[in-house]
Structure formats: C-alpha cells, structure tokens
Design a protein around this ligand. Structure first.
Ligand SMILES: NC(=O)c1ccc[n+]([C@@H]2O[C@H](COP(=O)([O-])OP(=O)(O)OC[C@H]3O[C@@H](n4cnc5c(N)ncnc54)[C@H](OP(=O)(O)O)[C@@H]3O)[C@@H](O)[C@H]2O)c1
Length: 330
C-alpha cells in the first residue's frame, strides 16, 4: 500500500537561499522505538535555520540532502514508538528536533522523546514553539553560564542584554528579571517601549550616536552581558564591565575571541568573553514551558505564516528585524 503523504518544505543543497526552498509531498515519517510522531501545529524559525542552509554551521549542518529544516515544533502526538513512556496519542507536546535532524517545516514530524515535553492547555502551540532554541539559549546563558538564580535569591547583578527585541533577547530580559537583576537592554527606537514592557530597567537605542559606548544611562557597570547580536568589539564592552564582568557571546567568532585574548594578555584583567552554544536540555525546556503556563514568561510573536508561505517567514528571519518569534503554521 502506498505511504500516506504530507506537505513539507525542503532544500537540496547548501547555499541556495530562500529561492531554493521547495514545496513537496513526501511520505509521513514513521517513529522509531524512542520517537514520537507529531502532527505539527506550530514551528518557530531561528537564524540557525537559514545559517545552516548557507553552510555556515558546518560540521553541525545536515550532511544528507534533501533536508527539511525547522527545529522548534509544537504539535499533537499521533503515534509513539515502543519504548516511549511519557506520551500517548492525543497528547500535546513541544520539542527540539536537533540541528542536524530538523524536519519541522512539514505537516508531521518525528521527535525524540528525550527532547520532548508536554504542552499544557494554558500554553498555545505558537507560544510553546517559540521556546526550544531561543528561550533555552537565554536560560542557559543566564543560569548555567552566569549563575543567576531565577527564584530571585542571588545577589543583585547588573545585566546587559543586546538585541533585546529579538527571539533570544526578549526571553533573556524576562528571565533576568525573574532573578535579582538590574537589566539594561539595547534595541531599535521602535522597540524601546516594548523592551521596557518586558521588564528592562533601562533601554538604549542601538542606533543613537553613543550606541558604541553601550553605556548604561544610570552609569552601572555590567556584571553579565547576554550578547545576542554581532559586530560589537571587545573594546566597546570592556570599559562598561565591572571588575569581573563577563560577556556571554551567543554568536561567537574566532576573530572576536582572538582580539579579546590579545587584550587580556596585555592587561591581566579579570573581565571575560565567553563563547556559548546552547545544549538544549529537556528539563530546561520543561521548566520554561511551565514558566509560560504560570504567566511568568511570555512568547512575543512577531508574525505568523502558513506553511504554504514558509519562504516569506524565511525571508523575514534573514532580514533580522523580528520583534520576538516568527511562527509557521501548517
Ligand atoms: N549560541 C547559540 O546556541 C544560539 C542560539 C540561538 C541564537 N543564536 C544566535 O543569536 C543571534 C540572535 O538570535 P535571535 O533568534 O534572537 O535573532 P533575531 O530574533 O533574528 O534578532 C532580531 C532582532 O535583533 C535586533 N537587532 C539587530 N541588530 C541589533 C543591534 N546591533 N543592536 C540591538 N538590536 C539589534 C533587531 O532589532 P531591529 O529590528 O530594531 O534592528 C531584531 O529585533 C543570532 O546570531 C543567532 O544565530 C545562538
């Protein structure tokens, strides 16, 4: 009997860009014993999706083509593999599919149980789909790399979040405010009120003339910087850091790191530039879903696109001006 087909969007090679995304019909995948078949309800896009298509993230990129991109998915469980313990048909779930694996831009996808958590009814599919890469990255940067306690019990720290209006940044501001943090944030002029509404204590328009200084309006020095954009040199961060201040760089480059090492050797300073790649742990995703359920964290949705217009969502992400998350719905 012929396999049932589903709609999907895929590409056949590195480097082609939006025009290389193809709408196809392919067989609905079958879950292996530790996997779950989800009927996709919402997918969120991340810069990693199109950077991977450009070949920028090799060797983390998919090695086999064609490749269906999309890693952050919320959906309904249709079928489970024989070893799956925590899910059954009809459950709502949210999952991280993995950089090399993807598969999200489709009507159905298989997900590993080990990276899938339950989605409670209080959390919409789109709000849940925003979380896996962006919110986990913000969480790991603040908690694992910076030691901030989200129950507010730690000592007061001054945090700077760059690109606070973006996918990672808007979660980072909200999570930092759950900790005992004074938050300064950078964003464009149109988003100053939006970023304040997320809880930022001070905001800096990144296009004003003194943008290069990153100087806090109140004059605080930053203990932690969650650096969510690119192109800001170490020499700009350094004078704005406290004596042991740390920049967590989530888009690290070799050149930026070399310049930092050279400056550090000359000054013996205790200030640090720390490159970070998120590890996307299941327990962290579960924690974040529950924060949304409790109303302590929200996903702000920039825009929604149907799967038939996935290329418009792709373009929107490449443009780099989303406020919050870009969602695709089958
Ligand atoms: N290491 C990891 O594990 C990891 C995980 C996730 C993401 N990342 C990386 O982190 C970066 C951010 O990801 P994202 O999902 O947050 O991106 P995003 O949602 O596409 O970010 C877009 C936002 O950034 C703002 N922005 C752009 N340049 C800015 C600047 N110089 N100063 C202040 N704001 C600026 C834009 O504001 P305007 O529209 O006003 O310009 C827009 O609101 C990407 O490079 C991504 O690849 C790394």
């Amino acid at each position: 009997m012929a396999a049932k087909l589903m709609r999907a969007v895929r590409y056949d090679r590195y480097g082609g860009g939006t025009k290389d995304l193809k709408h196809v019909e392919v067989p609905i995948p079958t879950p292996k014993k530790n996997e779950i078949l989800l009927k996709v309800e919402a997918i969120s896009l991340n810069p990693a999706d199109w950077k991977m298509q450009q070949g920028a993230l090799r060797p983390l990129c998919p090695r086999k083509f064609p490749h269906i991109p999309g890693m952050d998915v919320a959906g309904e469980v249709i079928e489970v593999g024989s070893s799956v313990k925590d899910f059954k048909a009809g459950d709502k779930a949210v999952t991280y599919l993995g950089l090399r694996i993807g598969g999200g831009l489709a009507e159905y996808v298989v997900a590993e149980e080990s990276m899938t958590v339950a989605r409670p009814p209080e959390v919409s599919a789109a709000d849940a789909a925003g979380l896996p890469i962006a919110a986990i990255t913000a969480y790991e940067a603040l908690v694992d790399s910076s030691g901030i306690k989200l129950d507010g019990s730690g000592k007061l720290v001054n945090v700077l979040v760059t690109a606070a209006s973006g996918g990672v940044g808007h979660y980072a501001v909200q999570l930092a405010k759950l900790g005992n943090a004074h938050v300064t944030a950078t964003c464009g002029a149109r988003n100053l009120d939006f970023v304040r509404s997320l809880g930022a204590d001070e905001v800096i328009d990144y296009k004003t003339t003194d943008k290069a200084a990153l100087k806090s309006p109140s004059g605080v020095k930053y203990d932690i910087v969650i650096h969510c954009t690119t192109g800001i040199p170490w020499s700009t961060f350094e004078p704005n850091l406290s004596a042991k201040g740390k920049v967590i760089d989530i888009s690290p480059t070799f050149i930026a790191y070399l310049i930092y090492i050279k400056a550090k050797l000359l000054t013996f300073s205790k200030k640090q530039l720390v490159p970070m790649i998120a590890h996307s742990k299941r327990e962290n995703l579960d924690f974040l879903v529950n924060l949304v359920k409790e109303g302590k964290l929200k996903t702000v949705i920039d825009s929604k696109y149907p799967l038939s217009k996935a290329e418009d969502a792709w373009d929107k992400s490449i443009e780099g001006h989303a406020t919050g998350k870009i969602i695709v719905e089958p």
